[in-house]
Write a protein that binds this ligand. Structure first.
Ligand SMILES: CC(C)(COP(=O)(O)OP(=O)(O)OC[C@H]1O[C@@H](n2cnc3c(N)ncnc32)[C@H](O)[C@@H]1OP(=O)(O)O)[C@@H](O)C(=O)NCCC(=O)NCCS
Length: 176
């Protein structure tokens, strides 16, 4: 599995020592505000198993993100195939950081490394980013990365129940 380096961060394979802080951040309602229910320890562990399998199967996925200088685990960033029930197809970039890691530019820095990997290594012609209409912090990261949003593409997330604030969603795009 490829490791990505930025000025401050290392995007690397998951380690057993990441499981506890990953579970803790996914038990945080603020981190999960735009994602859905908080995760149990079992669900968090299972998600990491799936992330590892994704890399083995196709060579990209969600990397663990750490601060290179200290080794502090921050969360994840990476690339994933858009879920098949969405109204569009492609590869999306994404990020999820522990609350204490917000406000440092880490998501934008990690996201840029993921875009470079997607364009330069995977040769993707375009990369998408998908989030709820209410997730302004994530959309700010998308804009900082130069991604653009066409309101004509706004859609309802089919995985969110009718009437849920998680349902209205937006897609951002960037071409190679
Ligand atoms: C979405 C998420 C990753 C955004 O994190 P973030 O910290 O707001 O985004 P960035 O890492 O780009 O940081 C930007 C902020 O750091 C500040 N910053 C501080 N030092 C900085 C530096 N050295 N370089 C750049 N920005 C810096 C910026 O000014 C900006 O501050 P602002 O939010 O007050 O405008 C975070 O809110 C999160 O993990 N949310 C929960 C999970 C989630 O919703 N994920 C997305 C699902 S689609």
């Amino acid at each position: 599995m490829t490791e990505l380096r930025t000025a401050r961060l290392t995007l690397r394979p998951w380690r057993e020592s990441d499981l506890a802080p990953w579970a803790a951040m996914n038990a945080d309602r603020e981190v999960r505000e735009h994602l859905g229910d908080v995760l149990t320890r079992e669900q968090a562990d299972a998600s990491v198993a799936a992330f590892r399998a994704d890399f083995v199967r196709r060579g990209y996925g969600w990397w663990a993100v750490e601060v290179t200088a200290t080794g502090e685990f921050l969360g994840f960033a990476g690339l994933d195939d858009v879920d098949e029930d969405m109204p569009f197809t492609g590869v999306e970039v994404g990020w999820r950081l522990a609350r204490t890691a917000w406000g440092h530019g880490y998501a934008t820095e990690a996201g840029r490394a993921c875009l470079d990997f997607g364009f330069d290594v995977l040769g993707l012609p375009e990369i998408l980013a998908v989030t709820t209409a209410a997730n302004h912090r994530s959309q700010a990261v998308m804009r900082r990365l130069g991604m653009t949003h066409d309101p004509a593409e706004d859609f309802d997330d089919p995985y969110a129940p009718e009437g849920s604030p998680l349902r209205p969603s937006v897609v951002h795009r960037i071409a190679r």
